[in-house]
Design a protein around this ligand. Structure first.
Ligand code: BV8
Length: 244
């Protein structure tokens, strides 16, 4: 911990995570060289227009990813576990905001969690908004339990051009945080990529980036630690807990 920064025992900690924290659990990231967006186009699978134009193709994309996430769900890594340990042992509030739609933070033990881009483990009807837990495949023939329609069921995820979830709750924790830690995100996608600027403008929090390599927003952080999440995250959590 840099000498210039002291963390009080009741400090509030906010952690933003992206696909990089799940990479060592076997889930692909989006923008690494072999990432998801090197295989399919965002415009074809992750927008409401894509779903309207070719719902079968969008369903096949999410059915494949949901199946992979189900396998990985049993495999939270040391970074997920370290964040759960921090939440358990830190006297102040610890909030994890994740861009990820996998359930690895839950499997790793994190409880105070915001899925701002939705989750693979839920489906929602575009016709009546009825949302249900979901594990298997989905198609245009899937019947909505709420309104009985077919063709409206979709993954409960936030596509590009759609409004992220729980933005009010996110704003409240960003404004009140004393330590903001960004983990495993490239800083490409807004509004998540803008959270560091929100925190910096308020000017009270220490800000840290833990990533494999500097993100687009790296220069905005008070400090950065670079390496695999399963190394840099547990090490940083130990450092924070050692201040107690
Ligand atoms: C919004 C869906 C308005 C589920 C995702 C035109 C029209 C409309 C909007 C826009 C527009 N132009 C721009 C926008 C805004 C747009 C946007 O940001 N576009 C970008 C691309 C320019 N955003 C939106 O549309 C958002 N909505 O703006 O609504 C609004 C705004 C505010 C208030 C009210 C209304 C909605 C965005 C959500 C899109 N949905 N996911 C799914 O299919 O998964 S985004 C998708 O990208 C995932 O959620 C992912 O998590 C997220 C961000 O990517 P990263 O997590 O950062 O992953 P990436 O691969 O990029 O990086 C991985 C990082 O990890 C790298 O740095 C790598 O080095 C590192 N790493 C790799 N391995 C490791 C590691 N680090 C540590 N250890 C390792 N082992």
């Amino acid at each position: 911990m840099p000498q210039s920064f002291t963390l009080e025992k009741n400090s509030n900690i906010v952690i933003l995570t992206g696909a990089g924290i799940s990479q060592e659990s076997g889930l692909e990231t989006f923008r690494d060289p072999d990432g998801i967006w090197s295989k399919v186009r965002v415009e074809d699978v992750a927008t409401p227009e894509a779903f309207k134009k070719n719902p079968d193709y969008v369903h096949s994309f999410y059915n494949m990813r949901r199946a992979r996430h189900l396998i990985a769900a049993a495999n939270p890594n040391d970074a997920h576990m370290a964040l759960a340990r921090l939440e358990t042992q830190w006297p102040g509030q610890v909030t994890v905001i994740t861009q990820n739609v996998d359930s690895l933070h839950e499997s790793g033990g994190t409880q105070n969690l915001i899925h701002m881009h939705g989750v693979h483990s839920k489906a929602r009807c575009d016709h009546c908004q009825h949302a249900v837990p979901w594990e298997g495949d989905m198609s245009t023939a899937t019947v909505c339990e709420g309104c009985g329609d077919v063709g409206g069921m979709r993954p409960h995820v936030v596509w590009f051009g759609e409004t992220p979830l729980e933005l009010g709750r996110i704003q409240a924790v960003l404004v009140a945080c004393d330590l903001f830690v960004s983990i495993g995100t490239s800083g490409n996608v807004y509004p998540a990529a803008g959270f560091i600027s929100v925190v910096q403008q308020i000017g009270r929090a220490h800000t840290v980036e833990l990533n494999l390599e500097p993100s687009l927003g790296a220069a905005l952080f008070s400090e950065g630690r670079y390496g695999p999440a399963t190394e840099v995250v547990p090490s940083y959590v130990d450092e924070v807990l050692a201040t107690l």
